[in-house]
Structures are given as C-alpha cells and as structure tokens.
Design a protein around this ligand. Sequence first.
Ligand code: 2PG
Ligand code: MG
Length: 427
Amino acid sequence: MTDTTIVSVRGRRVWDSRARPTVEAEVALADGTVGRAIAPAGASTGTGEAIDLRDAGEAFGGLDVRKALGNVNGEIADAIRGQDALDQASIDAALIGRDGTPNKARLGGNALIAVSLATLKAAAASRGVGLWRHLAGDQPVRIPLPEIQIFGGGAHAARRVDIQDFMVVCLQASSFAEALDRTAEVYRAAGAILKARGLLQGVADEGGFWPAFASNDEALDTLVLAIEQAGFRPGPDVAISLDVAASEFHDGGRYRLARDGRELDTDGMIAMLLGWIDRYPIVSIEDPLSEEDAAGFRAFTRAAGDRVQVIGDDFLVTNAKRVEMAAQTRACTAVLVKPNQAGTVSETKAAFDAARRHGLGAIISARSGETEDVTIAHLAVGWDAGQFKVGSIARGERTAKWNEVLRIEEELGSQARMPAATRFEPR
Ligand code: 2PG
Ligand code: MG
C-alpha cells in the first residue's frame, strides 16, 4: 500500500441549486487525505450524455438519488478500493468496466462523475498542491476567458423565450477580474432597464434575469442597451455570446420558435442566426442547430465559422469520437466540455484533448443544476482550456466558481495571463 492508495469511498446525499438531491462522493487515501466532489445536473441535456441515475417514484418528482448513492457505497467502492488514486486512467477504466453500459445507465453517470472527480481531488490534496497546479504540472496556463449569462431562457426559464443563454464576453479584458467587473456593470444595467420597463421578474435557473421579453430580438436589443448603459462599446468592450440550445425546440425537422411565433427549417434557422450576427455584436454561438441536424451544423459553420465561434454542446456531449467527427466534417469550431456529460475525468479529458488536437476551441462548462463545488474552475485553468462558462454573475453556486478563478489569478500573480483577442481563434 502506498500513501495514495484509496482506503474508502463514501456517498452522501446533498442538494443542488434547483432543490434536487444529488450525489456527493468522498474518496479517502491511506495518508489521510480526502477528496470530495458533487455531481451537477443539466436541464437541456443531449441524448448522448451519460445518464443520471434517478429513483423515479413519488419523492422529489422522481429525482431522488438513493440508488446512485447505494452504488457509490457498494459496487463502486468495491471496484476502486485498494487502487492508487494517482492512476486516474485505471480508476476510470474500473468505473467504466464495472458499469458495463455505453451510457453509464446502470451505476449512474452522477455516481461515477462524483467519484472520479473526488479521486482526482484526493490525488492533488495528497501531493499538497492546488488541483489546477496538479493538473498543469510544469506547463504554463492561461486564465480562461469567461462567458457570463445576463438573461436566462429556454429550458432554464420555462421557455419564456426560446434562446437559452444570452451571455456577454469581454474579449479584450486584460484579466479575469476586469472581465467580471465589466460583466457586473452590464448585469446591473440590465436589471435597471428591466425594472424601469416593469419587466423585472426575478432570475432564471443560472441567475440571469428572467426573460420577460416579447421576442428573442427584444432580448438581444435589451442586452446591447445594457452594455451601452453600463458605459461600454458593444463589441469591442463587451460582446455577445449565445447558447441557442436548439435541440430543445427542434421537432420533426422543424424549429419552432414559440416566442416569435415562427416555424423554421434548417435554412430558415441559419438565415435568422446570420441576420442576428449582422445586426448584433455576437462573437460565439453554441448549439445553433439541433443535435440531430449535423448537416445544419456544417452549413452554419461554413457560413459563419469565420465570424463567430460555433460551439457543439448537446451535439458533441463531451465525447471524443463525436469531437473527432465534428472536426473532420468541420461541423463546429469549438467544443463545450462538461465532465458529467462524459461520466469520468478521463473521458472528459479525452474529449478535451481531441478538441486541442484538431485546433478546436474548448470551453469548460457548468450545468444548470449546480452546487458550491468549484472543481471545474480548476479544470479550466489546469487544462489551459482558454474559456469558461458557469452561468450568471449572481447566485452562490455560480459565483463560487468565478471567485475561485479570481483566487487562482491572484495566486499566479505576475504569471497570470488572459490573452486579449478581437475574435475567437482556435486555441
Ligand atoms: C448548457 C447548460 C449550461 P444544461 O446547455 O450549456 O447553460 O445547460 O446544464 O441545462 O444543459
Ligand atoms: Mg448548451
């Protein structure tokens, strides 16, 4: 037995930001160090994601996680107890092998990602270094550029508007702190505009304002106005990033924009988005088309990929094979990376590495159901991802992660770099 041998694995039932139970895992090593991690949960999920194991039945809308916790304390603990926590690849292979399904449906993606991340954190703690440093080793890292939600929508706001995330990104900010400063001013200005118009109705799931707009265009117009009223130039100082999350309103080959009262085919959808890119300072668009519409992704990237970053989320579900496919067919220019979509740290890293190999951008991302767990902030810095998405700049489960990057930026001191850009280059 070495110092980093896993001696115990424990599951605990904790709560996420949508009042739903979720899985916390604690992995303890022979030297007494403990790693702890909590599984997040999505609302607009891709069909190819690792499955969250939920109990069904009456309690909490069927979303309880007692079966997943039983798996952590039983089969999963049995599978990795006695193994070396420094050998993440073997740990994850054991988890994947024990589950035995292609989508982690048997033991639960939520159970597996909590244990996999907790193991990683235990290994870092045992070496006495921060997780980001453990991951980076001797390699230089950049502080990731944040994309931050101002209005929530789609599945995070009862489909009050169709588009899911109206975000801002400060491409030329010279530091993470400066990007947050600018974003906070825009957030305040947006709140003031909504209040003045009698449209202030609280916040959506990720802390962005509840989008009480008459159309998707009104949301975009209001966002531009908020940027201006905060004293910034829309575009150069503060630009717009969208997550269309188009799978959510795609059915039978048609895109149904309920808010705008329009039904579009793929060409119509692309034309609408190109019109927005012409009219608004948009620099990045995630899931512009449905996960089922690969041809649409290719056509959109052909038409707009040199003007905006085109991100695959539901389309690629943090899956290395899908990332390879997307790169080879030029279906997008960047990949959203969510550990719980993959189900283990190693599979998440494989998807990330595939993006890198092919010159695609990578954005480490939270889920709409989150907790105080800040592990992904360390992945974003330690893997040198370049970009980070966590929701808005309100609500503790979001600010916990932004604030963690502020701490890392401070720790890096004069070595902290967040390269300014005028557009997203493949990184
Ligand atoms: C997304 C995420 C975060 P969810 O679609 O990118 O905004 O949402 O976790 O609900 O999938
Ligand atoms: Mg998304």
